[in-house]
Design a protein around this ligand. Structure first.
Ligand code: NDP
Ligand code: 8X3
Length: 253
C-alpha cells in the first residue's frame, strides 16, 4: 500500500530534502509552507524526478484557522497520513533576554511551538481513526541544552522536546509512533532567517567546519520513519563531527 507523508516547511532546507527522500521511496507527499512558488516548483520536480503524487498546501502554520482549513481541504485519500513531519520552524534573532525583540520571540513561539501543536491537533485524530501513523518532531540540540543569546529559540525547542515525550504517552494506547530528530548545525536558510537576511553573518556560522547538509537529516528522518512496525526510535541527536553539543564546536581557522 502506498504511504503518505505530510511535511511542514518543505519549501527549503530539511523539509525540502525530506520531500525528495520520501518521494524517492514511493511515498505520496504533501508539502507545505508559505511560499507558493516554491511549493509549485518543488511539486513539479518531485513528480518529474520520482513519478510520485504530490499535494501542496500553502498556509502560515502560525494561524490556527489556516491550519484547520488546510487539513480539512485535503481530499479523503490524502487524509490517510502515515507520517507527519513537524519540521517548519525558525530562529529569529540572537540576543540577551534584556535586549530581546518581542516580535522575534512571538515569531518563534508561534511557529515552533504553537504551529507544531496546531498541526498535531489536526492530524493526530486522523491517525487515530485509521489506527496507524507516525509523528516525527524536528527538535534541535537547542532543545537539549541552552546557549548564550539563544534563550527563546532554545525554550521553544525544549518545549518540542517535552511535547515529543508527552505525545508519546498520549499516542501509546493508539499505537501511533512519536519520534524526535534533533540536529546540530545544518547549512540551510536557517541562519539567513535567524539574522534577518544578513548573508555575510549567516555564512560566518559555518566557516571553518563542515556542517551537516539537509540531506543528512532527511536520511535520518527517513530511517526513523522506516523502522519495522514494532520499533519506535524515540529520540535522535545528530551533529556535525566538528560539533560536540550546542556550545562546543571546533573550527580549522
Ligand atoms: P529553513 O529556513 O531552510 O526552512 C524552514 C522551513 O520552515 C521553510 O520551508 C519555511 O517555509 C518553513 N516555515 C517557517 N515559518 C513558517 C510558517 N510561519 N508557516 C509555514 N511554514 C513556515 O531551515 P531548516 O530546514 O534548517 O529548518 C527546519 C527545522 O529544523 C526547523 O524547525 C529548525 O528549527 C530545525 N533545526 C535546524 C537546524 C539548522 O542548523 N539548520 C538545527 C536544528 C534544528 P516558508 O518560509 O515557505 O513558510
Ligand atoms: C539550530 C541549531 O545550534 O543554531 O537549532 O541552535 S543551533
Amino acid at each position: 500500500m502506498t504511504k503518505t507523508v505530510l511535511i511542514t516547511g518543505a519549501t527549503s532546507g530539511i523539509g525540502e530534502a525530506c520531500s525528495h527522500i520520501f518521494a524517492q521511496n514511493k511515498y505520496k507527499v504533501i508539502i507545505t509552507g508559505r511560499r507558493n512558488e516554491r511549493l509549485q516548483s518543488l511539486s513539479a520536480s518531485l513528480q518529474n524526478t520520482h513519478q510520485t503524487q504530490v499535494h501542496t498546501l500553502c498556509f502560515d502554520i502560525r494561524k490556527k484557522e489556516e491550519v484547520k482549513k488546510a487539513i480539512a481541504s485535503l481530499p479523503s485519500e490524502w487524509k490517510k497520513i502515515d507520517v507527519l513531519i513537524n519540521n517548519a520552524g525558525l530562529a529569529s534573532g540572537l540576543s540577551t533576554i534584556q535586549n530581546g525583540d518581542i516580535e522575534d520571540w512571538e515569531k518563534m513561539i508561534d511557529t515552533n511551538l504553537k504551529g507544531l501543536l496546531y498541526m498535531t491537533r489536526e492530524t493526530a485524530p486522523l491517525m487515530i481513526e485509521q489506527k496507524r501513523g507516525h509523528i516525527v518532531n524536528v527538535g534541535s540540540v537547542a532543545g537539549k541544552e541552552v546557549y548564550a543569546n539563544g534563550n527563546v529559540y532554545c525554550a521553544t525547542k525544549h518545549a518540542v522536546d517535552a511535547l515529543n515525550k508527552a505525545m508519546r504517552i498520549d499516542m501509546l494506547p493508539h499505537q501511533i509512533k512519536v519520534s524526535s530528530v534533533n540536529p546540530g548545525m545544518v547549512e540551510t536558510e536557517f541562519s539567513l532567517v535567524r539574522y534577518h537576511g544578513d548573508e555575510a553573518r549567516a555564512k560566518k556560522v559555518y566557516e571553518g567546519l563542515q556542517p551537516l547538509r539537509a540531506v543528512d537529516i532527511a536520511e535520518t528522518i527517513f530511517w526513523v520513519a522506516s523502522r519495522p512496525a514494532h520499533v519506535n526510535v524515540s529520540d535522535v541527536i545528530i551533529t556535525p563531527t566538528a560539533q560536540a553539543n550546542a556550545t562546543n564546536v571546533i573550527r580549522t581557522n
